[in-house]
Write a protein that binds this ligand. Structure first.
Ligand SMILES: Cc1cc2nc3c(=O)[nH]c(=O)nc-3n(C[C@H](O)[C@H](O)[C@H](O)COP(=O)(O)O)c2cc1C
Ligand code: SF4
Ligand code: SF4
Length: 461
């Protein structure tokens, strides 16, 4: 069986599954249950100054009957006294010495306040700190959380204060509510952070009650923006993790991935994009601590099936596959192919291709009376992928790579070597009519020769 042990910025854990700072990691009682279930680490619910939470505080997003695809919260940091939290953290570490216990911290932006909490918290024997510069609601109105995380200079300043006294690894938890998360990661690194955690929750209003016109959650009729999490945010989190991993100036900076992880596949994806551990909050709020059993079995089986000895072999495995649009080979072509045996004749693909793409799917000749089957006109398909995404039958529509007739050619290559008609960067003498001979099929089928433009008179130059 593959080795699941991993290391994030020197913090060891027996598996990559950590509980993210939030409701599941707010007390010794819960952390005992979590560790007994098999979680490899916990980032304790953020410890800091006194807070008082509201009721209600959560809003769930259900889509097409699927519960909790997204979760919005207006919860603050831990509402338990700091000394109680710290005593319980020490006890948790003593009882489970092989698990990673990380303390999430958030105090006011004063050097002495940070020094004081770090020194007190270190006495617990915890393995690391996570600085919460991310919460987008409540605490940010008090100039903490995202109010810090949105200003790289503040991230660097507070991180450096913490590093002045901390003797255990320091992770900086970044907010996604910023134009470019790399700037936050760069600031954390400049401040001396040993690693980063990404992402915290995303600013959001989850929805309204159309009977009362109140937002959800409603606090006696009033609402506000909150922090969005859960499966729906995973694509945003993956992008942010990958952009940190991909930045050459951040090369080697350990990342703990967070945001929508729910299944072992999600964990594997975060790791392939550069995370060495993956934190989970909403999925535990939905399914409880037992979820870790499925994560562990699934990830172990996956590693074994691929002959990988360690989960560490996944880390960053896909980072180099993320590139710029200008480097894609424009001569790589796929076309949709429908399996006539699997097609149930629902017509969905015909509708979406007609209304969004090039109208190149129709019922196969002679099939209308015997159970209709859709068929793609291979000469017109531009390989956009939409029909295969909407088809309700798995693998009924596959995107088939086509035989190459032209050498690979990227947009950047075109600009540099040949020029693009009408391009600002490098206008060349080449015409759009000549273009299809360089770029296989593309211009021909979806641009120049679009049937809908055939009977449209040209505008005067
Ligand atoms: C109800 C709730 C409370 C949270 N409280 C904290 C917190 O105290 N400190 C913190 O750093 N992050 C907090 N978070 C953010 C989570 O740690 C995590 O970054 C986010 O929820 C995304 O992960 P998920 O999609 O697995 O929930 C909270 C999230 C939720 C849903
Ligand atoms: S969407 Fe799929 S099942 Fe429906 S007609 Fe098209 S190929 Fe057949
Ligand atoms: S891949 Fe796009 S263009 Fe080709 S058949 Fe499907 S929807 Fe139409």
């Amino acid at each position: 069986m593959a080795d699941l042990a991993t290391d994030t910025a020197g913090i060891q854990s027996p598996n990559p599954f950590w509980i993210a700072s939030g409701p599941p990691g707010n007390s010794l009682r819960q952390v005992r249950l979590a560790f007994e279930a098999g979680w490899g680490g916990v980032v304790w619910k953020t410890v800091g100054g006194p807070v008082i939470d509201t009721a209600n505080r959560y809003g769930g997003l259900d889509i097409y009957g699927r519960k909790l695809v997204g979760l919005n919260n207006i919860e603050l940091i831990s509402d338990r006294p700091t000394d109680v939290n710290l005593a319980e953290i020490a006890q948790a570490k003593a009882e489970f010495p092989d698990r990673a216990v990380i303390i999430s911290l958030m105090v006011e932006t004063e050097r002495e306040a940070w020094h004081e909490i770090v020194k007190r918290a270190e006495q617990t024997g915890a393995d690391g700190f996570e600085l919460n510069f991310g919460c987008p609601h409540g605490m940010s109105e008090r100039n903490m959380g995202a109010a810090v995380g949105q200003v790289p200079e503040y991230i660097e300043m507070i991180t450096s204060w913490v590093k002045e006294v901390a003797t255990i690894p320091v992770l900086v938890k970044l907010t996604p509510n910023i134009t470019n998360i790399e700037s936050g990661a760069l600031a954390a690194k400049a401040g001396g952070a040993d690693g980063v955690s990404a992402i915290n929750t995303i600013n959001s209003i989850i929805g309204l009650d159309l009977d009362t016109w109140e937002t959800r959650p409603s606090v006696d009729g009033k609402g506000s923006h909150g922090g969005y999490a859960g499966p729906a945010v995973k694509p945003i989190a993956l992008h942010m993790v990958s952009s940190i991993a991909h930045n050459p100036e951040l090369s080697g900076l350990p990342i703990s991935g967070i945001g929508g992880a729910h299944t072992w596949q999600d964990v594997a994806e975060f790791m392939l994009l550069g995370a060495s551990t993956v934190q989970v909050c909403t999925a535990i709020m939905h399914h409880g601590f037992r979820l870790v059993g499925e994560l562990e079995t699934g990830l172990s089986n996956y590693l074994d099936s691929r002959g990988l000895a360690s989960v560490r072999d996944l880390i960053g495995g896909s980072v180099e596959r993320i590139t710029n649009f200008g480097d894609f080979d424009l001569n790589y072509q796929v076309r949709a192919k429908i399996d006539p045996v699997d097609c149930i004749g629902c017509g969905k693909c015909i509708e979406v291709c007609r209304d969004n793409q090039v109208d190149c799917i129709d019922w196969a000749t002679g099939t209308l009376n015997i159970g209709r089957i859709a068929e793609v006109d291979q000469t017109e398909c531009i390989g956009c992928d939409l029909c295969s995404i909407v088809c309700p039958v798995e693998n009924c529509i596959t995107m088939e790579p086509q035989e190459r007739t032209l050498a690979p050619m990227s947009w950047n290559q075109l600009n540099a070597e040949i020029g693009v008609p009408g391009s600002c960067a490098n206008t060349s003498d080449i015409t759009w009519e000549e273009f299809p001979t360089l770029i296989e099929g593309k211009v021909d089928s979806h641009g120049m020769d679009n049937p809908s433009t055939a009977d449209v008179p040209a505008l005067d130059a």
